[in-house]
Design a protein around this ligand. Sequence first.
Ligand code: PDD
Length: 307
Amino acid sequence: MPRYAYVNGRYVPHREAAVHIEDRGYQFADGVYEVVTVKDGRLVDATAHMDRLARSLDELQIAWPVSRPVMEMIMAEMIRRNGLTDGLVYMQITRGVAPRNHAFPDAGVRPALVMTTKKMNFAKMTKFTDGVSVITAPDQRWTRRDIKTISLLPNCLNKQKAAEAGCYEAWQVDPHDGTVTEGTASNAWIITEAGELVTRPATHRILNGVTRLTILKIAEEEGLPFVERAFTVEEAMKAKEAFISSATSFVTPVIAIDGRPIGDGKVGPICRRLLAGYNEYAAGLRAGGAEWPDEIPADEPAAPEAA
Ligand code: PDD
């Protein structure tokens, strides 16, 4: 089955998909994105991801390239065309194509929309059962991390450090106070000796993960005590359990930080319980969770407006 990408009004073979060299995303990282998980053919937490996309666009004064319902139709069509059962939908909106100039282009310039999908075999991923190791690294990002911008260079540099250390993720540390902000592409959590779930509150210092919000809901349903507050690397080292969360990591247990085992160095019971809860949620067995398309549309949606 050929793989399709969506680029500014057209579904094109993935390997032929291209954008203009003066796209502001390419030149200035002037754009936003979302990653939505697809499980069993359905989008997980699609509404929350689209709400966050709306917020990111608003914060950067970028207009919707197509209306939100049309965008949702394109997502469904991408799932159908690519025969996606398990994996993700990636969507990116940039301010558009204009001669290079830092200030925003004229109002007539249309934002550019690109969408791709990726197949993933969640059932075979050992990270969920075996856990992963993380390193810590200084957080070198700007002060509006709540906006899901494509400007990800500091994240890439820290993720590369993690890869070089043979680790899955880097927990970024605020150089001013030694607290963990979040991972390079995930939120960070610990479970204290007393059994309390701790994660940083959603301020400008972190991205308010959609998975993070879902896990807080699940913790509440399960009667697990939690608190939203910052924690230091030192405290994390003494935690009973730890994990990361994201659209593609769900609840991924962290068994070592900077080479030091967390708890007994094995995946713990609270991580297992939260992951089971999340899997139920994503499968539509709890309120919310698996969303549209309920049925993969048989027909193509009306052609989106051309760019
Ligand atoms: N990253 N923090 C950062 C910096 C992230 O990039 C992400 C997601 C998260 C978790 O957000 P959510 O639960 O909504 O996925 C937190 C995506 C998956 C990525 O960049 O690929």
